[in-house]
Design a protein around this ligand. Structure first.
Ligand SMILES: Cc1cc2nc3c(=O)[nH]c(=O)nc-3n(C[C@H](O)[C@H](O)[C@H](O)COP(=O)(O)OP(=O)(O)OC[C@H]3O[C@@H](n4cnc5c(N)ncnc54)[C@H](O)[C@@H]3O)c2cc1C
Length: 429
């Protein structure tokens, strides 16, 4: 039977899929987006409980691309929050980045950090073999062992020596000695973050940045793709239906899509098995007090505290919580191949630790929720590039355009995932 759908089928209604649909439309081509969930936005999406809205992880926009910034702004008026965040370390609060703001630490610890900083190994970036060495060249041993390595295990689920360094770019500040010294006397006013402002929609949660593009797109929900036949150019869904395509654009994670493709070669499946990523829990808490949330976001270095990072949805926008209330969301990450502890255990441990860190009681909590995301960050282990190349070359060969954070298998921020959906390679020809 002849399909009545347009020829362009897009898999996934995250920011990359929505961008692809919007830009095809701008070029006069229609498309249909198939989404496994019952709502759009993917990782940029959100959920609400008793009037509290929580994004799926932290989420701000800091694009410098004028075209993309304009589309986001057209969608929704945005707050521009100064990029000020904090680090929690053994009971002390250090402004971010910690090494630039050591002032609050005990004198003996400051001396150890600064002495090791002065003694740090010197190497050309090109000669650095792994992230562990990179951290030691940047910070010295004491800070690397007690701050950066502990945090790497919490955020990436890996030891730094298992990771390469091309992903770093300007994400991590490289401090000068004068900065470290100055910050060891007093907290510095200067912002060392890679962006001065973090933008966030005034209403509707982070995904509102997509309202302008999303209008008029045909998104079909509860359509989980389970099989793809490149031979017959068909996709099959969990509900038993199937569709034909002439162009297939996918934002599905590479390790998932290869398992769906008929007769996928063994070397491609093997390359996918050798990819690494993080998954994680979001612990979301709503409070009947306005003052629990004190920082827009903060990092936690202590090994015995499950979350690596916590942020305050109500400080991103008051629209995210009922009047007179505040909220927190904690991010707890694991390597994809780690043994993941049960949700109720992580929820209980996180609440107990955050009670001490943030100063609230059981009686203050009106919402507590935990949910799991199977894909959070792509992990840059040493063999990432060759494995990724094998898979992407194969997808190209069989005519599947792979986009988005997990389709490109890269450390893409939301605006970069958006960009990948706007630069479809077959559109350029
Ligand atoms: C912890 C964390 C914090 C972040 N913070 C920021 C930030 O502050 N600022 C920023 O700019 N970016 C941030 N990002 C990055 C941002 O979330 C991503 O770049 C972006 O959301 C990726 O969008 P995407 O469309 O590529 O993928 P996704 O959002 O994952 O979209 C893929 C879609 O495909 C659907 N799908 C999957 N499998 C199937 C299937 N079989 N059938 C049909 N549909 C399927 C999924 O449900 C999903 O909707 C953060 C990411 C994480 C993990």
């Amino acid at each position: 039977m002849e399909s009545t759908l347009p020829n362009n089928l897009i898999l996934g209604s995250g920011i990359a899929g929505i961008s692809a649909g919007y830009h095809l439309k701008q070029n006069g081509q229609s498309s249909v987006i198939f989404e496994k969930d019952n709502d759009w936005g993917g990782l940029c999406g959100n959920f609400s409980i008793k009037g509290f809205r929580f994004d799926r992880f932290v989420h701000f926009s800091f694009t410098k691309d004028e075209y993309i910034a304009d589309i986001f702004e057209k969608s929704s008026p945005l707050f521009a929050h100064p990029s000020v965040s904090y680090n929690y370390y053994h009971g002390s609060w250090l402004k971010h980045p910690a090494i630039n703001n050591l002032a609050v630490l005990p004198i003996e610890e400051k001396v150890k950090i600064i002495a090791d900083f002065l003694d740090r190994p010197h190497k050309e970036i090109a000669d650095i073999k792994d992230y562990d060495e990179w951290l030691r060249v940047q910070n010295g041993n004491y800070f690397t062992d007690n701050f950066a390595t502990v945090y790497t295990k919490k955020y990436w689920g890996q030891l730094p020596k298992n990771m390469e360094t091309k992903w770093i770019g300007n994400r991590i500040h490289s401090p000068a000695f004068e900065e470290v010294l100055r910050g060891s006397y007093a907290e510095q006013a200067e912002n060392f973050y890679y962006t001065n402002y973090m933008k966030y929609p005034k209403k509707g949660g982070f995904r509102s940045i997509l309202d302008y593009c999303r209008k008029g797109l045909d998104i079909r929900f509860n359509k989980k793709v389970i099989r793809i036949s490149p031979q017959s150019k068909q996709i099959f869904f969990a509900d038993g239906s199937c569709e034909e395509y002439s162009k297939l654009i996918s934002s599905l994670p590479l390790p998932e899509i290869v398992k769906m493709i008929d007769d996928c070669p063994a070397e491609v499946l093997k390359a996918a098995q050798n990819l690494h990523w993080t998954c994680g829990y979001q612990v979301s808490l709503g409070f009947n007090r306005p003052d629990v949330a004190k920082h827009l976001w903060f990092y936690i270095y202590d090994e015995d505290v499950p979350p690596a990072r916590v942020y305050s949805p109500n400080l991103k926008s008051a629209d995210n919580a009922p009047e007179g209330c505040s909220s927190l969301q904690a991010e707890v990450f694991y390597a994809n191949d780690a043994k993941i502890p049960p949700a109720d255990l992580v929820l209980g441990q996180t609440i107990e630790k955050l009670k001490q860190i943030c100063g609230f009681d059981d009686a203050d909590i009106v919402v507590k929720d935990i949910r799991f995301e199977p894909y959070a960050n792509v992990t840059f282990t040493h063999e990432i590039y060759q494995n990724r190349e094998v898979i992407l070359n194969y997808l190209k060969e069989i005519g599947i355009e792979s986009i988005g954070r997990f389709g490109k298998w890269d450390y893409l921020w939301s605006h970069q995932a958006f960009e990948s959906g706007m630069r479809l390679s077959y559109e350029k020809k």
